[in-house]
Design a protein around this ligand. Structure first.
Ligand code: MN
Length: 547
C-alpha cells in the first residue's frame, strides 16, 4: 500500500468508495455527554485484538488471588489503624508511597510528579475570592519564609479545587460521600546552591466558600489536623485527576481525532499512516469506559465523591475549557506559570515531558516534510482540508484550537505533535501512576466518607479512619485502578508494521534513536531526584490510549 496524497493517487475512484464506506461505519454521537462528540457504534476493526486480550489477562492474573487473600484475612471488617490499609497487598506489590505518604515531601512531590502533575499553578497575586491577605497568611504560617517576597518573585503556587465545589456528594450503603474542595498554597524555597531547593507546603484552606470562617491549616498545626488537610487536597486531586486530567483531557478529547481521521483520510493517506497507531484500541476502550466505568452503579458512581451526574459534570466542565492549542505541553505549562526552570527548577513532568515533546515534534516534522513539499501540496490535499473542516465543525468533531483550513505545514505539524503527545506521553503520565499513588487509601482516596469535624475541631485517629474509604470501597478502588494501569500494549515509536515508504521508515528509525536518547536523559535526571519519575520514560509510554 503505497502512500499518496489524494491529488496524486493513481486510483482515485477506489479511494473515493473506500471513504464513502467509512462515513457510514463511523458516526458521531452527541447524546452521551453533550456537547462532546463521541462515536456512535464501534466498527469491528477497532475492537481489541486477541493478543491484547490475552496479554492483558496475563498481566492482571494476580488480582483475584490478591483479593481472595484479602478476604480470607477478614479485612472486610472495620479498620482500626492506618496500617491496616497496607494489608490489602498480600500478593500485589506494595506501592512505595506507603513509606512516605505522611511526609510533606511526598505531598509536594505528588504535585510535581505524581498521578496528577497538572494542577499546580503559579500565582502573581492572591487568588480571587480568597479572603485572607498575604500578611494574614504570613502570620498564620510564621516567619521562616518571607511570603510577600516569594509572591513578588513568582515563587508562590496554588492548587485550587474550588471549581469542583458544585459537587455535593453521592451516597453509599451507609451514608453520604464528600468532596472537599480546598485551596492549597505552596512555595519554592531554594537552598542557595544553583538549582537546588524544594517545594514546600504553606497552608491549606479546607472550605474557601466559607470565607474567613474556614481556617488556614499549616504544617505547624496539630499533626492530625495537618494530615487531614493534606488528605482533603489528595481527595480533590484524585477526582480532578480521574474526571478532568485522565478521562476528559486524554481519552475523550482524542476521540474526535480518531473518528475524523477514519472518516476523512484514506488508508494510504500519509497522515492516516502516521496517526493510526496512536489511536489503536482507543475507540473500543472509550466505548468500554462509557459502558463499564461511568455507567450507573459502575466504579465512578461507586467510588468517586460525587453523584454520577456530578462526576460527569466535572468531565464536561473540563472539556469546555480544553482546546488542542492551549493544552499543547509548551503552552499548557506556560499558562500555569510553571514553564520557567529558573523559578521552578524541579518539575519532572515538565522536564521529561518536554524531552518527549521535542522528539515527537522532530519526527512529525521530518515525516510530513516528505509528503508536503510546497504549500500547494497542502492546499490541493482535499482529504486533509475536509479533515480539518470536520474536526472543528459542529456536525463533526467540535474540536477547539484547530484551524478549519490548513495553509501552512507548521499548522499541521503542531496539530499532529499535540495529538501524538496526548495519546502517548500525556495519557501515560496520568494513567500508569494510578497504581502507585491511588491504590493505598491513606494516600489518595477517591472520596471522603464522613464529614470529619466542624471548623476548628481537631480530628482524632478514629474520625480520620471513618473519613477514609470503608473496606468494600477500598478493595474496589484498588482493584479497578490496578486493572486500569497493569498493562501496556505497545511502546511509543514502535509499530506493528513498518512504514510502507522506505524514506519514512528511515525517519522512524531516527525517532527511535531519539527516544533512546530521551530514555538516557531521564535516567540521568532521576539520579538527582528524591523520587524517581518513571512514567515518561519512552519505554514505558504507549502509543495510544489503549487502556
Ligand atoms: Mn486510561
Amino acid at each position: 500500500m503505497k502512500p499518496y496524497l489524494p491529488q496524486n493517487d493513481p486510483d482515485p475512484t477506489k479511494r473515493k468508495y473506500f471513504l464513502e464506506r467509512k462515513l457510514e461505519e463511523y458516526e458521531f454521537d452527541y447524546d452521551f455527554l453533550p456537547p462532546m462528540a463521541m462515536l456512535k457504534d464501534v466498527p469491528a476493526v477497532e475492537n481489541f485484538s486477541t493478543k491484547y486480550i490475552a496479554e492483558r489477562a496475563v498481566e492482571t492474573a494476580d488480582l483475584p488471588i490478591n483479593m481472595l487473600a484479602v478476604k480470607t484475612r477478614g479485612l472486610w471488617d472495620p479498620l482500626d489503624e492506618l496500617q491496616d490499609y497496607e494489608d490489602y497487598f498480600p500478593v500485589l506489590p506494595k506501592p512505595n508511597v506507603i513509606k512516605t505518604y505522611q511526609t510533606d515531601d511526598s505531598f509536594c512531590e505528588q504535585r510535581l510528579c505524581g498521578a496528577n502533575p497538572m494542577a499546580l499553578r503559579q500565582i502573581k497575586e492572591m487568588p480571587l475570592d480568597f479572603e485572607f491577605t498575604i500578611q494574614e497568611l504570613q502570620r498564620k504560617f510564621g516567619e521562616s519564609i518571607d511570603l510577600a517576597e516569594k509572591l513578588a518573585n513568582g515563587n508562590l503556587y496554588i492548587t485550587d479545587y474550588r471549581p469542583l465545589s458544585f459537587v455535593k456528594g453521592g451516597t453509599y450503603e451507609r451514608g453520604r460521600k464528600y468532596l472537599p474542595t480546598p485551596l492549597a498554597f505552596f512555595c519554592w524555597r531554594s537552598s542557595g546552591f544553583s538549582d537546588r531547593g524544594q517545594l514546600v507546603p504553606i497552608a491549606i484552606q479546607l472550605n474557601p466558600a466559607l470565607g474567613k470562617q474556614s481556617q488556614l491549616i499549616t504544617p505547624f498545626d496539630d499533626p492530625l489536623a495537618w494530615f487531614h488537610a493534606k488528605l482533603c487536597v489528595q481527595i480533590a486531586d484524585a477526582n480532578h485527576h480521574e474526571m478532568s486530567s485522565h478521562l476528559c483531557r486524554t481519552h475523550f478529547v482524542m476521540e474526535p481525532f480518531a473518528i475524523v481521521t477514519a472518516r476523512q483520510l484514506a488508508d494510504n493517506h500519509p497522515l492516516n499512516i502516521l496517526l493510526k497507531p496512536h489511536f489503536r484500541f482507543m475507540l473500543a476502550n472509550n466505548d468500554l469506559g462509557r459502558k463499564r466505568l461511568v455507567n450507573r452503579g459502575g466504579p465512578v458512581d461507586e467510588l468517586l465523591a460525587g453523584t454520577l451526574q456530578e462526576s460527569l459534570q466535572i468531565v464536561v466542565n473540563a472539556y469546555k475549557e480544553w482546546s488542542l492549542d492551549q493544552f499543547a505541553l509548551p503552552t499548557e505549562i506556560k499558562n500555569r506559570g510553571v514553564d520557567d526552570a529558573e523559578k521552578l527548577p524541579h518539575y519532572p513532568y515538565r522536564d521529561d515531558g518536554m524531552l518527549l515533546w521535542n522528539a515527537i515534534k522532530n519526527f512529525v516534522s521530518e515525516y510530513l516534510k516528505l509528503y508536503y513539499k510546497t504549500p500547494e501540496d497542502l492546499r490541493a490535499d482535499f482529504e486533509l482540508q475536509a479533515w480539518a473542516q470536520e474536526l472543528v465543525s459542529q456536525s463533526g468533531g467540535r474540536v477547539k484550537g484547530v484551524p478549519d483550513r490548513i495553509e501552512k505545514l507548521e499548522q499541521l505539524i503542531d496539530i499532529a505533535t499535540a495529538v501524538m503527545f496526548t495519546c502517548g506521553p500525556q495519557h501515560a503520565a496520568v494513567n500508569y501512576p494510578q497504581y502507585e499513588y491511588m491504590t493505598f487509601m491513606p494516600n489518595m482516596p477517591l472520596a471522603g466518607y464522613k464529614q470529619m469535624t466542624s471548623e476548628g475541631t481537631i480530628p482524632d485517629r478514629k474520625s480520620l479512619l471513618s473519613f477514609l474509604p470503608p473496606p468494600k470501597q477500598t478493595a474496589d478502588q484498588l482493584s479497578i485502578l490496578f486493572i486500569l494501569s497493569a498493562y501496556r500494549y505497545d511502546r511509543l515509536g514502535y509499530y506493528d508494521n513498518n512504514f510502507p515508504d522506505p524514506e519514512a521508515q528511515q525517519i522512524l528509525v531516527t525517532f527511535q534513536q531519539d527516544l533512546n536518547e530521551v530514555e538516557r536523559k531521564i535516567e540521568l535526571n532521576n539520579k538527582s531526584r528524591l523520587i524517581k519519575y518513571n512514567y515518561l520514560k519512552p519505554r514505558l509510554v504507549t502509543n495510544s490510549i489503549s487502556i
